[in-house]
Design a protein around this ligand. Structure first.
Ligand SMILES: [Zn+2]
Length: 97
C-alpha cells in the first residue's frame, strides 16, 4: 500500500445524531484486485466495519478509495448504511523515495 489514511473519519448516526470518530489506525483498508491502466496499476482499497450505535442503530461502513496512478488518490467513496459523513480521512503517500 503506497497510500495510507491519515487524520480522522467522523460520522454521525442517522438515528440519534451521535458522532463517531475513527482514527486512521482504527481503519483496516485492504487492497483489492488491481487492474492495469494507461498510467500503471489502478488499485482499489476497501474497509468494511459494522457496529451498533448506543441507540441500537446498526452502522455499517463500506469505505473505498482508488489509487491511480501510483501514489495518487483518484477517488474516495465513504459509503455504507446508517450514518452521514462529517469528515473523511486524508490519504497520503507512504513512498519515502
Ligand atoms: Zn445512534
Amino acid at each position: 500500500m503506497s497510500l495510507i489514511p491519515n487524520g480522522t473519519f467522523e460520522i454521525e448516526c442517522n438515528n440519534c445524531h451521535k458522532k463517531h470518530l475513527f482514527q486512521a489506525n482504527d481503519s483496516d483498508f485492504q487492497e483489492n484486485d488491481r487492474t492495469e491502466g494507461k498510467m500503471g496499476p489502478k488499485i482499489p482499497y476497501n474497509w468494511e466495519h459494522e457496529f451498533t450505535c448506543d441507540c441500537e442503530n446498526i452502522i455499517s461502513i463500506d469505505y473505498s478509495f482508488v489509487e491511480y496512478p501510483e501514489n495518487t488518490l483518484e477517488d474516495t467513496d465513504p459509503d455504507g448504511n446508517g450514518f452521514s459523513v462529517i469528515n473523511e480521512f486524508q490519504f497520503e503517500s507512504n513512498d519515502n523515495g
